[in-house]
Design a protein around this ligand. Sequence first.
Ligand code: PLP
Length: 486
Amino acid sequence: MPMEETLDPKDWESMRSLGHRMLDDMLSYLENIRSKPSASPPREAIEKICVPLTEEGEGEEKVYDVFQQSILPYTLAHTRPRFWGLVVGTGSPYGMLAEMLRAGMNGAQEVALVEASVHKQVVDWIREMLGFPGESGGVLVSGGSEANFTALAVARNAKAEVDMKAKGVQGLSRKMVLYCSDEAHHCLERSVELLGLGNEALRWIPTDDDCKIRLDALENAIQNDRKQNHYPFCIIGCAGTVNSGAFDDLTALANLAKKENMWFHVDGAFGAWTKMSKTHRRLADGMERADSLAVDLHKWMSMPYGIGCTLVKDRLAHYSTFVYGHEAKYLRSAFDQLKDRVVDPHNLALPLSRNFSSLKAYMLLRAYGKKKYRHLIQQNIDQTIYLAELIRKEPEMELTAPVASNIVCFRFKPKRLTEPELERLNKMIFNDLNRTSFWMISDTTIKGRYTLRACNVNHRSQKPDFDFLVNEVKKTGKKAVSKMNP
Ligand SMILES: Cc1ncc(COP(=O)(O)O)c(C=O)c1O
């Protein structure tokens, strides 16, 4: 009789030895990450990646070689101690191991009692660390975008003047509108589009010199919309904008939302964790008054990628948004095992099959405890202040936005250059740095001005790394100036 096919190895010993090699290689990679060069991928690497799929398969060992030679060395390498581009977390060795355990058990559901309890415990810990009220619930999701989307779906359904589940936006008799600052993250726009509200419903309110939402402009916009018989239903506050890390006045926004009977949502993708800093926690004051909060765990909490959290104060509103209108019968007995169905993550977010990502969060939080995470958040803030000081001391550099917590926006600014020349020069610096230190920093535009930007959510950075950054920018800047004026 022919053998029936399976994906299990015929030879477990070779799989075991390949597995041990992979584990050893990755641990060594992380152990020596400081000395790893970072480079953008050469064409040959991409050519080795983009190949036709073979009929017979190339074998585990060979594909692992492709990973080692063509993929790993040329990825974003945000595990490096000198990576401050975008807002990218650095992961950790224990996080990697926890991910392996999750994949090994092929964690797919958080419906069974043990998985559901792990999930609930992680949400409770996050709530507690962020000082969000005890009555609120939440769900783990894939990251900040989904966390915001999930929260805004609840806000829309809770505030809609029709039964949103049954009628959808087609049942609305007037336009639902919502507000955020012009520094808020673009994922909010995508959420609003996907929620069927249309991106015109999202009002981008101008910010002040500190990149905080202007309350006078916000109030005017709300009144204006009311006059036109639109329905203002939600204010979104920023706890850490992606450009400069600015915090809106969340207490004022909470007051306004209350006065106007609107939902108050906070996007705290990374900035919410400032709440754990001794020196900067006040920035997040008022966050605890939000109806919902979106936060990431894969950024400033350094967890392996693919994990964020939505916290919602009104647990029933959250549950009602996602629970199946006609609950699938085959799921009922599994759901009934849970005493409190309102904490069941399947009823609080889009996916039915979930990937048990709570496991890594559970293991990491429990292994390291609150003190370690508080320390790491504070360390990044202190380093950011250090970097800002270094820049202030440089006669040919300047800060381009106020430094709120963990982001420094700056530029190289030799004397006697015009604004367009400064933009050209700093773009050259950015491109040059990118060639040698891949994505060490990123660039952005704040209030129409091009700027370099370092975002510090890196638990591997040390103070001398910031001296290195300033020296590199200076060196590259001087070279770029000489290219501009040969
Ligand atoms: C403030 C803010 N909100 C939302 C997001 C989106 O989060 P994610 O990339 O985890 O989807 C980001 C990403 O950088 C962010 O900085």
